[in-house]
Design a protein around this ligand. Structure first.
Ligand code: NAD
Length: 294
């Protein structure tokens, strides 16, 4: 039976480590890390995510600033605020919460963020630096997964790793990170996606499977070999009579049956999800200490 990778616990541990460092910074009259977030519009999920990020900042002693803009904001108006944050010496890093309203050009917005302050790691320069194995801000979810692999001391060198999904925020960066000459890393990576033929042929050979496609319970026990390490990124909300709220969250893995065959597995919820905030805080601390861009 698998060892459960407890993302909630690791995320809290990381937050405690950062809080201790902030205490020392304060005691030495150093600069207190300052994260800003821009939220455009009133998307319910985005409100929740940004709220959780601001709360986490407060808890660990960071300064935080929330910029709220209306649903009808234009690209130009948003870029005006972005340029303000780029020029503000007290702001170490900031995020523009995605998704943006449909009329906006997300790529153009991402490129307006100063790479030095891009703590979400979405600027093309930072993605390029990641691919070249240069110091950079890693995107939050992949960074969180790398932390889980490292802190659970999961052996990755020389392993076959299958990544399912090629999104810019999870699958693609994950495939790059697992192939890099780093630890964790040094895997032989196969990147699978919606056009992959015979997916099962690849997953059956995998020592590590990272699943990020957004289809509930997609990966089943017959698709994996014994002893596999399974990282489940998917989050799908489904109706449920078992919970008070009337819904529950499912991952991309049919958890119970795959766990039977796995050596390590992340649950949903409580696996990869909670790591996102920890990653953002780690990146903001790096920005504040000028670790990436001197
Ligand atoms: P996405 O929705 O942008 O893309 C899905 C990917 O899956 C595509 O690249 C597609 O090629 C691939 N795919 C679709 N059907 C497939 C199939 N049958 N076989 C193989 N590949 C297939 O992906 P995303 O934004 O990375 O999100 C994926 C899931 O992860 C979603 O459920 C999302 O909610 C979740 N997510 C969770 C976190 C977290 O913090 N836990 C963070 C980001 C995303």
């Amino acid at each position: 039976m698998a060892q459960i990778i407890d993302g909630k616990l690791i995320s809290l541990q990381i937050q405690e480590e950062i809080a201790a460092e902030v205490k020392t910074i304060k005691a030495n009259n150093g600069k207190i890390p300052h994260l800003a977030a821009i939220l455009v519009g009133n998307d319910g999920a985005s409100e929740t995510y940004v709220g959780a990020k601001v709360k986490a900042c407060e808890k660990i002693g960071f300064k935080s600033t929330l910029v709220r803009l209306s649903e009808t904001t234009t690209d130009q108006e948003l870029i005006y605020f972005i340029e303000g944050l780029n020029a503000d010496a007290d702001i170490d890093g900031y995020i523009v919460q995605l998704p943006l309203p449909k009329h906006m050009d997300e790529q153009k917005i991402m490129e307006a963020i100063a790479p030095q302050k891009d703590v979400d790691g979405f600027h093309p320069q930072n993605i390029g630096r990641m691919a070249l194995n240069l110091p950079t801000y890693l995107p939050a979810t992949p960074y969180g997964i790398m932390q889980l692999l490292e802190r659970y001391k999961i052996e990755t060198v020389g392993k076959n790793c299958v990544v399912i999904g090629r999104s810019h925020i999870v699958g693609s960066p994950m495939s790059i990170l697992m192939a890099r000459n780093t630890n964790p890393g040094n895997c032989t990576v196969t990147m699978c996606h919606s056009r992959t033929a015979n997916l099962k042929e690849f997953t059956l050979k995998a020592d590590i499977i990272i699943v990020a496609l957004g289809k509930a319970e997609f990966l089943t026990a017959d698709m994996v070999k014994d002893g596999v390490v399974v990282i489940d990124v998917g989050i799908t909300r489904v109706a449920s009579s078992e919970t008070k709220s009337g819904f529950k969250l499912l991952g991309d893995v049919k958890y119970d049956e795959v766990a039977e065959k796995s050596s390590f597995i992340t649950p949903v919820p409580g696996g990869v999800g909670p790591m996102t905030i920890a990653s953002l805080l780690m990146n903001t601390l790096k920005a504040s200490k000028k670790e990436i861009y001197k």
